[in-house]
Design a protein around this ligand. Structure first.
Ligand code: PHE
Length: 333
């Protein structure tokens, strides 16, 4: 399924995500369309001349059963959508390598394939920078001593945790895939010499902390979870963190979070580092430089965070509303 939200800025850019067949078709369609809308705004915020889309594959086929026809078909769908894409939840950089045999409109393959590697690396870096900026806005200097709870230790959560530990933050993390989480955390702990507190994934939202970083599935912040949040800020890498199926619902949810005196920084402002890396790889191919992607992310994300927080304060609106006001003229022309 191709959820193309906008082509006003150019051909659509967005990830390709896999949903297992246990999920209802309606919820897959709603997810992809919402993610597509988020991508239009993310691409605008990232200063990328692309519209927004998300592609969705509804299949439980395990990696060992995915053959060339599977990957070739996905490549065909990507090209027919006129999109450039990268692996999102449910598909890996190794999947991207195999799709790339058939189209160059997918990036974010494994680094050893000559690709720029997983875009979560730069996305995680951008989330870290967004946290620093929001803390600065609240009068704190850096993440040292700040307690961050990370939900999801995957392609994005892992690099984020590494940056946080290196900068002296206290990190608590949880992931439903506990073995995979261990496999990622152990090398990070070795490298940084710091420890991460593990808790069950379903307890991350409620833990008392400074910053909650949802870095896995979307929709984790809803009417049931808002009263239970134990953080003072929500700044994370997951897409569509607020459970909503329209901009109006999303704004109402952001208001409910703000009413609890919790600062929610819009996900598509915070996690744009992935598409920034992806765009640079798509344009520069073999000459792509990860350092340049990091520099571009540092140029774009912190000023966006600051501007949105300033506008929100000045106009007594939520940062989400401020972000929509700032970027709607670009997205809708
Ligand atoms: N999937 C990434 C996101 O959700 C964006 C991306 C798009 C990455 C295209 C690579 C290529 O932000």
């Amino acid at each position: 399924m191709a959820g193309i939200h906008s082509t006003v800025q150019g051909p659509p850019a967005g990830g390709i995500r896999r949903h297992p067949v246990t999920e209802r078709e309606f919820s897959v369609i709603a997810d992809i369309l919402n993610l597509g809308r988020g991508m239009s705004f993310k691409d605008a915020a990232a200063q990328i001349p692309n519209g927004g889309c998300k592609l969705g594959v509804h299949t439980s086929t395990p990696p060992e059963d995915r053959d060339d026809r599977f990957y070739g078909f996905l490549a065909y769908c990507i090209d027919r959508s006129d999109a450039f894409t990268g692996p999102d939840m449910g598909l890996s950089p190794a999947d991207a390598d195999r799709i790339r045999k058939y189209t160059h409109n997918i990036v974010g393959g494994t680094a050893r394939s000559g690709s720029g590697g997983a875009t979560g690396v730069t996305a995680g870096w951008g989330v870290f920078l967004a946290m620093e900026e929001a803390l600065k806005f609240r009068g704190r200097d850096g993440v040292s001593g700040v307690h961050v709870a990370v939900q999801g230790v995957g392609e994005l959560g892992s690099p984020l945790i590494e940056h946080l530990l290196s900068a002296g933050a206290q990190v608590t993390a949880g992931d439903i895939a506990t073995d995979a989480m261990e496999a990622r955390l152990i090398p990070i702990e070795k490298k940084t010499g710091k420890k991460v507190d593990r808790i069950p994934a379903d307890q991350v939202l409620g833990i008392q902390c400074d910053i909650l970083a949802p870095c896995a599935v979307g929709g984790v912040i809803d009417a049931d979870t808002i009263p239970t949040l134990g953080c003072t800020m929500v700044i994370g890498g997951a897409n569509n963190q607020l459970a909503a199926r329209s901009e109006a619902q999303e704004l109402a949810m952001a208001r409910a979070v703000a009413d609890r005196k919790i600062l929610f920084v819009p996900d598509w402002i915070v996690n744009a580092g992935g598409v920034i890396q992806g765009k640079m790889e798509h344009v520069h191919e073999k000459d792509f430089s990860l350092n340049e992607a990091r520099a571009e992310t540092a140029r774009i994300i912190p000023p966006n965070v600051r501007d949105v927080l300033l506008r929100a304060d000045a106009e007594s609106i939520t940062p989400l509303q401020a972000a929509y006001r700032k970027f709607e003229p670009i997205v809708y022309g």
